[in-house]
Structures are given as structure tokens and as C-alpha cells.
Write a protein that binds this ligand. Structure first.
Ligand code: ADP
Ligand code: ADP
Length: 230
């Protein structure tokens, strides 16, 4: 079964002659456990699509189903709760809270719900991310790569079934980009997590299992990527 499906999704920004058709009747289907990259030129609608999938913003028309639930018709309160439990989001700029240490930044989604992270699970995540020695550090004491690993930890803490990543390696050098891609792959395999990653970098896009190309708000190509030669 598909874990995520959009039907004729359209997003129009602005009014009158300032209208921009950021998504144009876009339909797609993503299966549980797929690692999908979305590539396309700047302004093609990638971020807009991710905002719709993460119910950060609403489509002008069309439907979005996540595990059969229509998230496009939820109100703000419902969608915020649904998002926190089911969807982890990773941004290019990390978006950590500067006044919280690593441990608190990672635990944040649970702290907001008054839930304590399970100790064993927490340590498993910290171990995988290589952040054992950094739990008491603050974001400004960390490198970009380390900050992005904290952001991945925060996205993983609820073990959401879907991770949405918007240019997660966009601010990193090639060594740190590789580490982040490897971590996303591990979490994809270990937790059978569905990962949807935006990038404008073809090399990064090719590390996924499937690559969608978006131009002018439409999917123009949908390819399975073979990793046999790696
Ligand atoms: P990408 O992520 O592929 O660079 P975006 O989804 O950010 O593309 O943008 C798609 C189109 O929608 C662009 O023409 C952009 O200028 C426009 N756009 C995006 N967000 C807004 C907004 N909040 N208001 C008006 N236009 C927007
Ligand atoms: P990204 O790197 O995620 O593509 P952008 O620089 O495209 O980010 O957009 C950053 C923010 O600005 C987003 O919230 C987007 O909706 C908004 N935005 C993008 N293009 C426009 C635009 N033409 N007019 C107004 N807001 C825009």
C-alpha cells in the first residue's frame, strides 16, 4: 500500500496578474520504506510540495493522503499534532533552538507533548548519530555537520513513518554531506522509514532509490535508481 499519495495537487500563490502556479495538478504515490529524492531547478515547486506534504501549508486544490488519512482537510490543531507524531522534517538551515543543548533539542518534539524519551531508544539514536560526547553542547558550539545530525535526531525521536528533508546537505561540504546521506539511508533501512528528500544536486539525488524530477510544478520524470555498481 502507498504510505503517501497526492491527487491533483495545485498551489497558487498570489492574486490577479501576480498569480504563480507553484504546483500544477501534481499526483504521486510513494510506498512505505521508499527513499525518494525530488530534484528540479530553483523555483520549480519542490519546497512548496514539501510544505504541502508536511501540512505546513495547504494546497489550493487537491488531496493529500498519509497512510489513508486525508491531511489536506485537517484544521491547524489536528495537522500540528499529526505532523509531530507521523512526520519528521529536516531543513537546510538545521533550525535548532539556540538556547537548548543537544539533548533537549533532540527531545524537543516529545518535551512539547510532555512525554519523556525512552532512555534506551534515545541512546540508540545518539549512538547512531555519533553525538554521545556532545549532549551538553549548544548549537553554536557545533559544526554544521554536527548540527544537522542533531536535527536528524530531533526528526527521529518519535520514530515517524515519514521523514521530509529539504536540501539537508545544502550547507555542508562533501564529506559531511556523505555522512548525512548515510545516516538517512540507515534510518530508512533500520526503521523502514519513508524518506522524501529535496535537492538540486544530482549526485545527492542519485543516492536515493527513486528520483522524481519536478519542473514548473509538474512531475516530468520518475526513475528507479539502481545501486548495483556501488
Ligand atoms: P523550489 O523549492 O523548487 O525552488 P518553490 O516551491 O520555493 O520552488 O517555489 C515555486 C514557485 O512558487 C516559485 O515561482 C516561487 O517564487 C513561488 N513561491 C514560493 N513560495 C511563495 C510564496 N510564499 N508566495 C509567493 N510565491 C511563492
Ligand atoms: P528553499 O530553499 O526552501 O527553496 P526559498 O528560498 O525558495 O527556500 O523560500 C524560502 C521561503 O520564502 C519559503 O517559505 C517560501 O514559501 C517563501 N518564498 C519563496 N519564494 C517566494 C516568493 N516569490 N514570494 C514570497 N515568498 C516566497
Amino acid at each position: 500500500m502507498d504510505i503517501l499519495r497526492t491527487e491533483n495537487l495545485s498551489k497558487i500563490y498570489g492574486v490577479g496578474d501576480k498569480k504563480v502556479n507553484a504546483l500544477d495538478n501534481l499526483s504521486l504515490e510513494i510506498m512505505k520504506g521508499e527513499f525518494v529524492s525530488i530534484i528540479g531547478p530553483s523555483g520549480s515547486g519542490k519546497s512548496t510540495l514539501l510544505h504541502m506534504l508536511g501540512s505546513v501549508d495547504r494546497p489550493t486544490e487537491g488531496k493529500i493522503y498519509i497512510e489513508g488519512t486525508d491531511i489536506s482537510s485537517m484544521n491547524e490543531t489536528e495537522s500540528a499534532l499529526f505532523r509531530r507524531k507521523n512526520i519528521g522534517i529536516i531543513y537546510q538551515a538545521y533550525n535548532l533552538i539556540p538556547t537548548l543543548n543537544v539533548e533537549k533539542n533532540i527531545s524537543l518534539p516529545m518535551l512539547l507533548d510532555g512525554v519523556k524519551p525512552d532512555k534506551e531508544e534515545f541512546h540508540k539514536i545518539i549512538e547512531m548519530l555519533g553525538l554521545n560526547e556532545r549532549l551538553n553542547h549548544f548549537p553554536n558550539q557545533l559544526s554544521g555537520g554536527q548540527q544537522q545530525r542533531v536535527a536528524i535526531g530531533r526528526a527521529l525521536i518519535y520514530k515517524p513513518s515519514i521523514i521530509l528533508a529539504d536540501e539537508p546537505t545544502g550547507n555542508l561540504d562533501s564529506k559531511n554531506s556523505k555522512i548525512i546521506l548515510e545516516l538517512l539511508k540507515r534510518s530508512n533501512k533500520e526503521y523502514n522509514q519513508t524518506i522524501i528528500m529535496i535537492t538540486h544536486d544530482e549526485e545527492v539525488a542519485l543516492s536515493a532509490d527513486r528520483m522524481l524530477t519536478i519542473i514548473d510544478g509538474k512531475v516530468v520524470s520518475d526513475k528507479v535508481i539502481s545501486h548495483e555498481n556501488y
